[in-house]
Design a protein around this ligand. Structure first.
Ligand code: C2E
Ligand code: CA
Ligand code: CA
Ligand code: CA
Length: 277
């Protein structure tokens, strides 16, 4: 019985111990990732509905760790948020994306826009708006070329600080986009209280559209609400022609998803931009 009890204890405790060790290991390795050059960015085009062209892209972080292999952002971003390392990581992402955007803009007729994911902790760093202002100057970008994607979690705090930094960014001319709209702690009052230009309809809604009419009605209602608040709408996770068609009919201006384009390396995007121009 004693033996059995010990086994049970082992079975119960071991996975928890393993998990926290694993997170610690990810954290330690991640802090080396920048100097080891294990990080890269991929870019997913965001298309204007009903057209084969794009001027906007979302930057997505990739990590190929020498000891852990490929680790997805859904695994390492939460760890970096927990440890606070997301601030440095996020700065690296902003620096890289601004540099890349400046390069692409040199050979493009259209004004290109880069959408960058920003974590709550990063946005809440004192001086964040100044960091953005400096990057725009350094890379000679127009503020409207940068869009920062925040989640509802950022707005949940509803602090004077969050409000102030969003106002400063907006005053600079930077765009603010509300990511994963509808999945979080949605409070519709956010939409009027904070300066936002774009809503990204979460892919769970887009995917449910094919299954039932009620989901389609829900997306229709989100689009109508966005339009009346003069927000731009991006549908995420568009995987089929049917979804793309339906969203375009509903009046969603921008589409993003595997059906249109997967996230791609900078070289692949360069090629596409050349073909478009
Ligand atoms: P997100 O911001 O919601 O990004 C969209 C995710 O959906 C990306 O996953 C993208 O590859 C994926 N996706 C795009 N189109 C489709 C589709 O048609 N179907 C499906 N099933 N998925 C699609 P990814 O690259 O794995 O990123 C996951 C999350 O990690 C992001 O979700 C974002 O929250 C976070 N993340 C990624 N890069 C960064 C970053 O630089 N900074 C911060 N703070 N977070 C990041
Ligand atoms: Ca995003
Ligand atoms: Ca999203
Ligand atoms: Ca997401």
């Amino acid at each position: 019985a004693k033996q059995q009890g010990r086994n049970r204890w082992v079975c119960f405790r071991q996975p928890m111990l393993e998990r926290s060790k694993q997170l610690l290991f990810i954290d330690t390795e991640l802090k080396q990732a920048i100097v080891r050059q294990e990080l890269s960015l991929v870019y997913q085009p965001i298309y204007h509905s009903g057209t084969p062209t794009f001027t906007k892209m979302e930057a997505l972080l990739r990590w190929h760790s020498r000891s852990l292999g490929v680790v997805g952002p859904d695994r390492f971003i939460p760890v970096a948020e927990e440890s606070g390392y997301i601030v440095q990581l996020g700065h690296w992402v902003l620096e890289q994306t601004c540099q890349q955007l400046a390069l692409w803009q040199q050979s493009s007729q259209d004004l290109l826009v880069m959408s960058v994911n920003v974590s709550a902790l990063q946005l809440n760093q004192p001086g964040f708006a100044d960091v953005i202002k400096q990057l725009l100057q350094q890379y000679q970008l127009q503020p409207a070329q940068l869009e920062l994607e925040i989640t509802e979690r950022v707005l949940l705090d509803d602090s004077a600080e969050v409000s102030a930094v969003l106002q400063m960014l907006t005053a600079l001319g930077v765009q603010i986009s509300l990511d994963d709209f509808g999945t979080g702690y949605s409070s519709l009052s956010y939409l009027s209280r904070f300066p936002l230009q774009t809503l990204k309809i979460d892919r769970s809604f887009v995917q449910a559209m094919s299954d039932n009419d009620r989901s389609r009605d829900l997306v229709r209602a989100i689009v109508a609400m966005g339009q009346s608040l003069q927000l731009q709408l991006v549908a995420e996770g568009v995987e089929t022609q049917e979804q793309a068609g339906a969203l375009t009919l509903l009046g969603c201006q921008f589409l993003q998803g595997y059906y249109l384009a997967r996230p791609q390396s900078a070289d692949q995007i360069s090629q596409q931009l050349r073909q478009l121009s």
